[in-house]
Design a protein around this ligand. Structure first.
Ligand code: GDP
Ligand code: ZN
Length: 306
């Protein structure tokens, strides 16, 4: 039978079969060695072929269908190993908020550039709009407009006001959508509002509490009533590109990439070079200063490059 991997906990996989039933699956021993650079050969979002053990809800995965895309991150155990976070994503959204606790544009941009690197459409959900005063509201509207102008989808919502969620809900229909976000931004509250009855834990685990602890977390795909899935990434605080070249970073900032066509040197990194069209565009306010700073701070992070 064919199925979709909803959760992977290391040795067991929750698979939703084409018969709409849930199965607990293991993988064939042989498959484990196929992709040695990755700690997990099967990831959330994978479409798999599996054999059902007669008369049970258990199965054995025998094949992984080719992935249309996937997001990788460094394995939590600090080894050089790569962990595939999720596969076959239609959309990757970062939940952000300007209030309690404010999400930095640096965090948003690291997430969006990662989505770009893996060729997954990205977007930003600005949450807690019920708490915005006029000034904050103006700030968020301007920020959202800037991201839209770059090519990202944006949503301004309040997880506690279902009227604000209509557009977002519509967009998620029949899609496999990754949700990421700093702890406290309201990602769990939002997912609870989008999927009645799922009841993820909210507000209990502070960042302080998690610090220094080795909490193993697993991404999980939750089915939406109307069709589609939300992939929750609990406890995953950082997203970022991995194993790229420095001169590739600008490819992950669409507006910087576009402007770079006008640079004098084709190996221009847009930092100190003369006749750099990107620096000119920043000076002319055609590229947002915050985006340029995010670009520079990724360039400065040596350990993400090959
Ligand atoms: P997570 O860590 O991103 O999953 O955040 P939670 O869903 O646990 O929410 C953190 C806190 O923010 C909780 O106290 C929530 O009740 C609150 N919260 C979440 N969304 C909203 C919102 O849209 N408006 C307001 N006022 N509070 C929210
Ligand atoms: Zn340049």
């Amino acid at each position: 039978m064919e199925g979709l991997v909803l959760k992977s906990t290391g040795s067991w996989y929750d698979v939703l079969g084409d018969d709409h039933k849930n199965y607990k699956c293991r993988i064939k021993g042989k498959m484990r060695t196929q992709n040695i650079t990755s700690t997990n050969p099967v990831a959330v979002g994978d479409k798999v072929l599996f054999e059902i053990q007669k008369g049970s809800d258990e199965g054995v995965i025998s094949e992984i269908r080719e992935r249309k895309n996937f997001i990788q991150r460094k394995s939590v155990n600090l080894s050089k190993q790569i962990h595939i976070l999720a596969a076959n994503l239609d959309l990757a959204l970062v939940v952000a908020t300007p209030v309690m606790p404010r999400t930095s544009t640096g965090f948003i941009d690291r997430f969006l550039s990662t989505a770009e690197a893996y060729r997954i459409p990205g977007g930003v959900v600005f949450n807690k709009s019920d708490l915005f005063d006029e000034e904050v509201n103006e700030y968020v509207e301007a920020l959202a407009e800037m991201y839209r102008s770059v090519g990202y989808e944006t949503f301004i919502v309040s997880a506690i006001d279902s009227g604000t969620l209509v557009e977002l809900k519509d967009r998620l229909h029949n899609q496999l959508t990754l949700f990421a976000g700093h702890s406290g931004t309201g990602k769990s509250t939002l997912i609870n509002a989008l999927i009645p009855g799922i009841e993820l834990r909210t507000g209990e685990i502070s960042a302080q509490h998690l610090k220094g602890k080795h909490t193993t977390t697993f991404a999980e795909a939750h089915p939406l009533e109307e069709g589609g899935f939300i992939v929750d990434t609990p406890g995953i605080r950082e997203f970022g590109i991995l194993n790229f070249e420095k001169n590739e970073v600008s490819h992950f900032f669409p507006e910087i990439f576009k402007a770079s066509e006008g640079c004098k040197f084709n190996n221009c990194l847009h930092t100190i070079e003369k006749n750099c069209a990107v620096i000119q565009a920043v000076e002319d306010s055609q590229i947002a200063m915050t985006r340029y700073h995010s670009y520079l701070s990724i360039l400065e992070n040596e350990d993400i490059f090959r």
